[in-house]
Design a protein around this ligand. Sequence first.
Ligand SMILES: [Zn+2]
Length: 448
Amino acid sequence: MTNQTHGESLLVRGARTFPPGPGARAVDVRVRDGLIEAIGAGLEAEGAEVLEADGLTIIPGLVDVHVHFRDPGLEHKEGWDHGSRGALHGGVTSVVEVQNNAPLSISREALSARLEHVRASSRVDFGCLANLLPASEGELEAMAPLTPAFKLFLGGSTGVGGQDDRETLARLFAAATAAGRMIVAHCEDEDLLREGKRSHPAATAAEHHLVRSTEAEVESVRTSIELCRETGAELHVFHLSTGEGARLVAEARAEGLSVSASTAPHYLLLDNERVAELGNIGKVNPSIKTADDAAALVRALSDGVVDAIGTDHAPHPLADKQREYSHAPSGMPSVDLLWPLTWELSRRGVMTPEAALAAVTSRAADTLHLPGKGRLTPGHDGDLVLFDPEERFVVRGAKLPSRSRWSAYEGWELAGPPRVVVRRGEVCLRDGVPTVSAGGRPLRLHPV
Ligand SMILES: [Zn+2]
């Protein structure tokens, strides 16, 4: 893992600052050995390769705090080749990956093997979460230096069953805290999930939000916050889907607890009525709730209660999604559209451009404590995205890099597809096409 330099040297000349509009100005960005060295007007190349930005707008490379590339184990569903190509397509240069299929990362040996495996085929920088389970309890300290966080499923989802025993949960929270890493949690209450299933025996995708209910998420967020209070753990709630969940997070923060949260594009841009039209394409866990929840989550992002937008990119072959509701797997792809979907929130006027950008860059990096990522600042990694904020395109799932070849946003007109993506000074995507086949490295991590 020793490299001569941190990356390449590059001068991006003649880009426009973000946000676009009357306040934007021309800017050059010079990257030296992978790190941003200078930002300003009229910079000299000083030996660096020159990339003409031709007036495209420049932003930092995106950080997706939550993807599933299912590799090793279920490569036929995605894999790092397709997954990391999709990431670049969406403007993402760093991903945090959650392995939710065997082999799980429950030992240092398994986690190390996974990091080596991913390094061979990822085009983007990556962090691999370790699983927080009774089976991994004895390995947490050994795994901590290799992972940004421990992933805990309070509610069972694709591939991993949920932990519902209060005593076991308390022990796991305490063990993660002792090992010195935060917990990232899938919050849904197992009892309430079982009850939802029982009381909706003939459910279809249109009732998914009742089967996996608001109460299931809210109760589980409440339990997790209680456990933080008891154990001193640091908690990040993944894929928040309810306004009430966001309210609990806000309360916990006001109390001084170390609680943060992210949500996903589908909880902001879709709602349960849209899911009724989409069928199983819109079946995700947690379920997509009401339009009021979506509006509350957008507000929570703007207010700083919810920190980040992570895709929870979770592809499945279309044939799997076409099974009847109860047998169709949950999850949808979207890492390949992360920037256009985020930019859409600003285009619609529901978020400021600055808040939308921060949710997928600086605040995303901060909330999972990822140093050197998500900012256009000297000393940070030279991860850059160039895009035209006015360029429109129509989403066609079949043309996206994800192996799944479908999209919940099929036919939507979005704007701002990344034209050029730079990872640590190296051009990795040009005109929407990847120019590298690997080169991603493990994310730098905070000391334990
Ligand atoms: Zn997930």
